[in-house]
Design a protein around this ligand. Structure first.
Ligand code: ATP
Length: 448
């Protein structure tokens, strides 16, 4: 029987006063495939290890099938773990590796029938006599999976099991893991920092940041209705465009969102979501536009709900089936802490500069709470707080908007192109990075 696994207000500190997991509550249904997703160091492995019994929660409860389980030893939990480094015994062949936990469990029983059945399930019958050093990375990972499966566990705990494999093999094994866990009807908790993996595997995805749960939902929900800027930016490729904006709601004119040199004029009559934005009048917000929200087309081609802006082509990224166009629209990108990897130095106009340039200094900062970024997702700093540098208005901004298009547009850097923004796909986040449009209370049925 697949297990129900629950965490109730679980926290973990390795050092007193520093919680690496903070008051986490999660209910994983029997047979469910739940993915824990987040950047490196956000506490994913710690959560998995607490469920496995390899770490003890500092506070809170782990429950298995509704029963308090904090005190249970790993072996008493009947779960199998698969790690990224395979952890096979080097002196045993694949068959012995797969059979090892069976021999420990029941020394008197011949493990071979189970080992062979497991090998058939994984298509590795030919590898049973080989030692780990005679196997490729993908084959080793299959043997490690076999060792986990052979015991018929009630839950799988997988910690980045595909991280060491190349992209092609990863996608192949991903499909295999999905099939296996479905066929075996087992509860699975899968840890990854790869959002594409999370989206393709999970029945639900739990997004963690700094040890704090940001959102728990189906892949469709976390993509279409991210609760905050962090989730919006972490999920989806190419990354969502996040721009700093100001809500302008004059009493005698059309409501708009100012984006630096241009503005998105909200069409009348205002939609219920846009009407609610009036309370943000005069405030700084963060506008989120996924690449599908913007298309290259003239204003005369606008469909209902689309508004026109324009952009200067800065860079064209050819990807074969599509092209990513980096545009300067005269707005300022908003940066999300924890996501901004050190930016590579690149050459622009003969000068070397860090990508992001002056905008790196207009930083959005996570607010610390007990050593954790637990409160608001971001805080927009006033430019006056920024390090000295060229005044914002005078700085030549790097591309602030990435738009996807077909390869048949002949685009070159320096071209000014017309754009249409589909306001049905507009996200607005408040000053603290929390989504305000679409309104949080509006939860369309995305499962249909
Ligand atoms: N045994 C330990 N003792 C002290 N600190 C630890 C220990 N294990 C993990 N940590 C710290 O706890 C935090 C969370 O670590 P954890 O491994 O759970 O994160 P993660 O999200 O799985 O990261 P990654 O994706 O890089 O594996 C990190 O800051 C890490 O340095």
């Amino acid at each position: 029987m697949p297990r129900a696994v629950s965490l109730h207000q679980v926290s973990k500190s390795y050092t007193p006063g520093v919680r690496v997991v903070q008051r986490l509550s999660l209910d994983i249904e029997p047979g469910e495939f739940l993915v824990l997703l987040g950047p490196s160091g956000c506490g994913k492995s710690t959560v998995l290890r607490m469920i496995a019994g390899l770490e003890e929660p500092t506070e809170g409860e782990v429950r298995l099938d509704g029963e308090y389980a904090n005190h249970l030893a790993p072996a008493e939990r009947h779960m199998a773990m698969v790690f990224q480094n395979y952890a096979l015994y080097p002196t045993m062949n694949s068959g012995a590796n797969i059979g090892f936990p069976l021999r420990i469990e029941d020394p008197g029983r011949d493990p071979r029938p189970r080992v062979e059945a497991t090998a058939r399930m994984l298509g590795i019958e030919d590898l049973l006599d080989r030692f780990p050093h005679q196997l490729s990375g993908g084959e080793r990972q299959r043997v490690a999976m076999g060792r986990a499966i052979a015991r018929h566990p009630s839950a799988f705990l997988m910690d980045e099991p595909l991280a060491n494999l190349d992209a092609k093999l990863r996608s192949h094994l991903r499909a295999e893991i999905a099939r296996l866990t479905r066929d075996l009807d087992v509860t699975t908790l899968y840890v990854t920092h790869d959002q594409a993996e999370a989206m393709s595997l999970g029945d639900r995805v739990a997004v963690l940041r700094g040890g704090v749960l940001q959102q728990l939902g189906t892949p469709r929900t976390v993509y279409a209705l991210p609760e905050n800027v962090f989730v919006a930016a972490f999920i989806g490729t190419p990354r969502i465009n996040l721009l700093r904006g100001v809500v302008l709601a004059p009493l005698d004119g059309a409501m708009s969102i100012g984006l630096g040199r241009q503005a998105l004029v909200l069409p009348e009559p205002l939609s219920p979501d846009h009407r609610l934005l009036r309370v943000q009048q005069g405030r700084e917000v963060i506008v989120g536009l996924r690449s599908e929200a913007v298309r290259l087309a003239r204003p005369t081609r606008a469909r209902p709900g689309e508004v026109a802006i324009s952009g200067l082509v800065e860079h064209v990224e050819f990807q074969g089936h599509e092209v990513l166009v980096h545009l300067d629209t005269g707005s300022q990108p908003a940066l999300v802490p924890d996501l901004e990897a050190p930016r590579p130095v690149k050459r622009v106009g003969g000068r070397r500069r860090r990508e992001g340039g002056v905008l790196d200094r207009l930083r959005l900062r996570g607010r610390a709470a007990g050593g954790l970024r637990a409160g608001p997702v971001v805080v927009l700093e006033h430019p006056a707080d920024a390090e000295p540098g060229p005044p914002v208005g005078e700085a030549r901004l790097p591309g602030d908007l990435i738009v996807r298009t077909t390869p048949d547009h002949a685009l070159r850097p320096g071209m000014q192109v017309p754009l249409l923004v589909d306001l049905a796909h507009l996200f607005v986040f408040d000053h603290d990075g929390v989504r305000v449009s679409p309104a949080p209370s509006r939860l369309p049925d995305l499962e249909a």
